[in-house]
Design a binder for this molecule. Structure first.
Ligand SMILES: C[S@@+](CC[C@H](N)C(=O)[O-])C[C@H]1O[C@@H](n2cnc3c(N)ncnc32)[C@H](O)[C@@H]1O
Length: 378
């Protein structure tokens, strides 16, 4: 598996710790100038107990990052110019709501803050490519020949389609509020419009339940994990993959930037909407509380732009920079105007500065992206 800098938290011995391998590989990338440092502005934070505590800027515990700054300005890569009740098909779910020059889901209108138009769909597919490169595979849970698979909040359905292609033995169901999945899909893949926060009424149990990048969508993960447990076959797995949305930094260069202000406004806006951008830090404990066993938490560092040394880091950083640049308007416009009371003009002005920071390779920021998976007892 081709992993990136990462560290794990208490993996069971049966599961190979390939994240250690990734750390070694990154460490062996010789550069006398490189050094691994921790942001001195970060304080030991209480957020693992309370991830919504915005006074904490710390990363989740047990995470060591070995990203190092690339001082080679001639590098070939990294130029910043580089780019549950299902609803009937006849209902209004196929209509969209228009606002700010974007379209949003009509079913359960207003529930999810991001647009669902073509630019957002393209961004979701780019984000999928980032996740696949970062994790090395679609799912890290050691599931074998899953018969039935559920992907909640499937977006464009790209994960479900690829999983169905890789696993012809599986029957894959993707659900979402928005009908933005393609018509032509593998015969073992299908989609339904469904609110994951409604009661789950699936007619059968699953062997794998997957959810990715849903921290801004789901209000109660403990409830969701209980539902997963109730709808898994014995021995089945649930895997939740997500950003820890608070940006991290190796050296304090993020401090005081428009980018950091934007990130805090985003976290605060999401929190005021009853969600948490820091939810992933709690997944492991919440899965255990729900009754899952063999729970594994894996953390991966994703550079925010091509500032970090190493070809892999630059490619990932460039992809992530493009992801945020492409998503910036959609992420911010509804939330910042409705929740923070900013005018559209104020938001646009802030975003102009944020775009400059996003392209600035002197700001050494990164995200922690997590995969947490656990098994339903036999
Ligand atoms: C950030 S996107 C992630 C999409 C997909 N999981 C992926 O990784 O590409 C979040 C998705 O969740 C969907 N969503 C938000 N709230 C939802 C809910 N309550 N029930 C089902 N889907 C929801 C949105 O429509 C959107 O497609």
């Amino acid at each position: 598996m081709d992993h990136y800098n990462a560290a794990t938290s208490e993996p069971p011995p049966a599961v190979p710790d390939d994240t250690t391998e990734a750390c070694s590989r990154a460490d062996s990338d010789e550069d006398p100038l490189s050094e691994t440092v921790t942001d001195p502005t970060l304080e030991p934070g209480p957020h693992l107990e309370d991830p919504d505590d915005s006074s904490s800027r710390n990363a989740p515990s047990n995470f060591s990052v070995s990203l190092s700054v690339d001082n080679d300005t001639d590098s070939a890569i990294g130029g910043v110019e580089l780019p549950s009740s299902s609803v009937s098909a006849s209902s209004s779910v196929y209509e969209f709501v228009e606002e700010y020059g974007r379209t949003f889901h009509k079913y359960k209108e207003g529930k999810y803050f991001m647009p669902n138009d073509i630019p957002e769909q393209e961004r979701l597919d780019l984000q999928h490519a980032i996740a696949c490169k970062l994790f090395g595979k679609l799912a890290l849970a050691p599931v074998e020949n899953p018969r039935r698979v559920l992907d909640i909040g499937t977006g464009t359905g790209i994960w479900a389609i690829e999983f169905a292609n890789e696993h012809p033995e599986s029957d894959v169901l993707g659900t979402d509020l928005s009908p933005i999945q393609p018509d032509y899909v593998p015969p073992n893949c299908r989609f339904e419009i469904d609110d994951a926060e409604d009661e789950w009424v699936f007619p059968h149990h699953f062997d794998l339940i997957h959810a990715r990048f849903m921290c801004g969508s789901i209000g109660s993960f403990p409830t969701t994990f209980e539902r997963c447990l109730a709808h898994l076959n014995p021995g089945g797995w649930a895997e939740f993959q997500d950003y820890y949305v608070r940006m991290q930094c190796i050296d304090g260069s993020l401090r005081g930037t428009a980018l950091q202000r934007w990130n805090e406004l985003l976290l605060d806006g999401v929190a005021r909407s009853g969600r948490s951008g820091l939810a992933a830090a709690r997944f492991r404990a919440q899965m255990i509380d729900a009754g899952f066993v063999d729970v594994v938490e894996r953390k991966f560092a994703l550079p925010g732009n091509p500032w970090a040394k190493g070809r892999r880091e630059k490619v990932l950083g460039t992809m992530q920079m493009t992801n945020i640049l492409d998503g910036l308007h959609g992420i911010s416009i509804g939330l910042f105007t409705k929740v923070h009371g900013m005018s559209v003009e104020e938001v646009e002005l802030l975003l102009d500065d944020v775009r400059k920071d996003l392209r600035n390779k002197d700001i050494h920021f990164y995200y922690i992206v997590m995969s947490v998976y656990g098994r339903k007892p036999e």
